[in-house]
Design a protein around this ligand. Structure first.
Ligand code: PGA
Length: 255
């Protein structure tokens, strides 16, 4: 299978931005900008905006995602949100293992793995984020770090279940820094990750998995990154908050 047969997906990761009224305004701006997209477009908004995002995007080509969830389906976890709660809202995707969750909230690969399972069990689709720190790249262990995060994050996930999972390769040093990996660097790691997926599953399965790139993707560099063989879309932070820029990225992904 080649790139053209895989699903391309562009997801906006709004992070902790936009109050409800601000979110409504941005979604209304995004609707026409995204209408011609020939790829999956996902808006990963804060929990407080999810229900409104689902309602406002009904009947459009836009899908809605959350940015995290708990691994239990319910229970004494003050302040947490479960996957079934998200499912009932009409959410389709959940970002898991984002580097900000790993570093600021001490999420381990074992916890992330439990979350992947919980999201799949609730009938939703995980976007599993992996990526190395700057020191790890400098130490030449980018591949080892990504392989470990993929293997542990997907532990116990069957060949059938992996069909509902997307991967996002996000080098931590490129997130929010304006420093993008070159298209060649990003493609090399995405291709490496596909090789790890082939070892875990099989060639056809690995070829069919959408592997995004994330980390300072913007209106200017999107086309080059998205033209690469193993880059099947983007996970976009900063540029997803500007309708015109997000629209340019979607246009680049649709070619
Ligand atoms: P950025 O964020 O596009 O602002 O670098 C990407 C992400 O964290 O998913």
């Amino acid at each position: 299978m080649n790139k053209l047969k895989r699903k391309t997906a562009v997801a906006g990761n709004w992070k902790m931005n936009k109050t409800l009224s601000e979110a409504k305004a941005l979604i209304e701006e995004l609707k026409p900008v995204c209408a011609m997209a020939d790829c999956e477009v996902i808006l990963c908004v804060p929990f407080t905006n999810l229900l409104t995002a689902v309602e406002l995007t009904k009947g459009t080509n836009l899908k809605v995602g959350a940015q995290n969830c708990h691994f239990a389906s319910s229970g004494a976890y003050t302040g947490e949100i479960s996957a079934p709660m998200l499912g009932e809202l009409g959410v389709d995707y959940v970002i898991l293992g984002h580097s900000e969750r790993r570093s600021y909230f001490a999420e381990t690969d074992a916890i992330i793995n439990q979350k992947v399972k919980a999201v799949l069990e609730a009938g939703l689709k995980p976007i599993l984020c992996v990526g190395e720190l700057l020191e790890q790249r400098e130490d030449g262990i980018t591949e080892e770090v990504c392989a470990m995060q993929i293997k542990l994050g997907l532990k116990g996930i069957s060949k059938e279940e992996i069909k509902s999972v997307m991967i996002a390769y996000e080098p931590v040093w490129a997130i929010g820094t304006g420093k993008t990996a070159t298209a060649e660097e990003a493609n090399a790691v995405n291709g490496y990750i596909r090789g790890v997926l082939e070892l875990l599953y099989d060639k056809d399965t690995a070829q069919a998995i959408t592997i995004q790139y994330g980390g300072s993707m913007n209106a200017k560099n999107a086309q080059e990154l998205l033209s690469m063989e193993h880059i099947d879309g983007g996970l976009i932070g900063g540029a997803s908050l500007k309708a015109a820029d997000f629209g340019e990225i979607i246009k680049a992904a649709s070619r």
